[in-house]
Design a protein around this ligand. Structure first.
Ligand code: ADP
Length: 198
């Protein structure tokens, strides 16, 4: 309990850019009692004329993370709105997060808010496979940060250096490694099997 409020029961979808976090998060979010929130989508929905929107453009186009305090403050405000409008009902819904926490500092800041039940690590050691997925996504989803290979490579390095340590933060007892090169339906199956059997 924090300030008399329950922590949010949470499943984290974790993995490198292009591993399929968003795809899986969206699928889980269609199931009753699961509420999906993708941090990248929150940033992309910002008006780019606002200071936060501008910061997002600046950092993401370099393949870097937006500073932690800004990111978590924005995320808290968005989740607070979702609770206020009853789209997310923390007493009965599980939160499915993708893209946050994205480094150990964010995980620390969010420690008192999230009750992390599982971390699904969509694992894809073949970096070239990720690069080619991201290039396809650039064309289909109009993602400027996927459009050039330099930015993609930079994002993969950011993932290795800053995001991957989050797996150790939660530890092997919480983390389930899932082969992200499997067909999407098999990845969903692995996630749901773990949730059902927990
Ligand atoms: P991907 O699907 O490739 O992993 P996202 O859509 O999750 O990418 O994020 C796109 C960009 O938004 C990131 O490269 C980063 O600049 C910014 N971003 C998203 N989530 C966070 C976060 N939790 N902390 C800092 N920056 C973030």
């Amino acid at each position: 309990m924090v300030d008399g409020r329950m922590k949010y029961g949470t499943y984290l979808i974790f993995g490198a850019p292009g591993a399929g976090k968003g795809t899986q998060g969206k699928v889980l979010g269609t199931i009753p009692r699961f509420f999906h929130c993708a941090c990248g989508d929150v940033f992309r929905s910002l008006d780019t004329r606002t200071p936060l929107g501008e910061a997002f453009l600046q950092y993401s186009s370099r393949g870097e993370l937006v500073p932690d305090e800004m990111t978590v403050r924005l995320w808290m405000a968005v989740i607070g709105d979702m609770v206020g409008s009853r789209k997310f009902k923390p007493d009965i819904d599980s939160l499915v997060l993708d893209g946050i926490p994205r480094n150990v500092r964010q995980a620390e800041i969010m420690r008192d808010i999230l009750e992390v039940k599982r971390v699904f690590h969509l694992s894809c050691p073949d970096r070239d496979a990720l690069v080619s997925r991201l290039k396809k996504r650039a064309l289909k989803e109009n993602r400027f940060d996927d459009a050039n290979e330099e930015t993609i490579r930079r994002r993969l390095i950011t993932y290795e250096n800053e995001s991957k340590p989050v797996l150790d933060f939660y530890g092997p007892g919480k983390v389930l490694n899932i082969d992200a090169t499997q067909p999407p339906v098999k990845v969903t199956y692995d996630i749901l099997t773990a949730i059902i059997n927990d």
